[in-house]
Design a binder for this molecule. Sequence first.
Ligand code: AMP
Ligand code: MG
Length: 415
Amino acid sequence: MDAGCSGPNDRKSITATEAKRIILGRVQPLAGWERVAIRSALGRILADDVVAPCNVPAHDNSAMDGYAVRADDLQTDGEMALQVVGTALAGRGFSGLVGPGQAVRIMTGGVMPAGANTIVVQEVARRDGGTIVVPPGIRRGQNVRRAGEDLAEGAVALPRGKLIGPAELGLVASLGLAEVSVHRRLRVAFFSTGDELASIGRPLAPGEVYDSNRYTLYGALAKLGCDIVDMGVVPDQPEALETAFRNAAACADVVLTTGGVSVGEADFIRALMQRLGEVSFWKIDIKPGRPMAFGRIGDTWMFGLPGNPVAVLVTYYQFVVDALLKIAGLDPLPERPLTRVICSEAIRKLANRREFLRGRLFEDNGEWKVRPAGKQGSGILRSMSEANCFIVLDENQGDVAAGDAVHVQLFDGLV
Ligand code: AMP
Ligand code: MG
């Protein structure tokens, strides 16, 4: 088969911004959904709005321990004595009416007794037997939580597209709901390519390296909650690769491959993707990760990632993860803020490409700074493990001097 690299897509490389725009412009959310019990919804994405079937809180209630009183009874310029006629606890209310000159002892969460409209916190009320003395200056309605002030009945409590985290689980429970509708899990298949790759569990022959990319991708995809299809190592043979591509495309929503995507003699991935489907682009002006092919075979999206272990993670985080989240139904996509901090070391940088260095943010006399995390070779996975951020150097940036400000993107928040 012709594995050469000529063809309509054999153009110059594109910028990182353009690559991301093309990918996110093309991929669309999947339609499938399922009902799941509330706990199983953790980490899933809502397929439907969650509408509040009731007010939260259900009743006006006290935000503090204190006394429920009638605002009209209180003096604006002097103390006022009120008779304590009962108690309201959370879950056990006061059934009577609070009349003029009366107050009810109330605990946080206690339902506001009829007639009362204001809470005097216990620290400011002086108790004297069966009465309390209230100072002036109490605001009408203070420390009362209104029915529906958290969520009003009929309102959208959580919009479709929302990722369910701990707060969302609690919120769903506060509405009394036991199930929600979530998008079905994304099915992602992946395989490593390379004649030099050995699977773990046997000794290395001369020239071999252990296949680490499948484990890196397993970790990334498992964290994302995908259904994972690990297709193993495929040798650099066009027939074997074609079979792997066809099988992967037949069973998955998205296929990730690593290796074999540049222009070496054993690099067949791009030509195969082109022959079996279409390729949108395959070269991005970045380091590491310059060769990265994006396209589709039938309805299945294809990402041909580079082979170098660091380049795999850089391209995954910069281009793949948001695409997976969009296909999985997340809306809106997460913001990926860049923060500017002082870099404590000089960095050599070529113009006209975006570089993603592995960085370590550290505190220096109360100020947060960044330095490159160890050796930056794109095969040195340790740099990724020692880093806590990417140092992102844009296309128009040249060399960085020690003390210059640079952009960093925190790993925290990269799912
Ligand atoms: P390639 O993109 O296929 O030219 O591979 C680039 C470099 O990454 C080579 O040194 C490969 O040996 C290495 N490499 C490719 N795939 C893997 C893998 N799955 N695990 C570890 N190293 C890999
Ligand atoms: Mg290779």
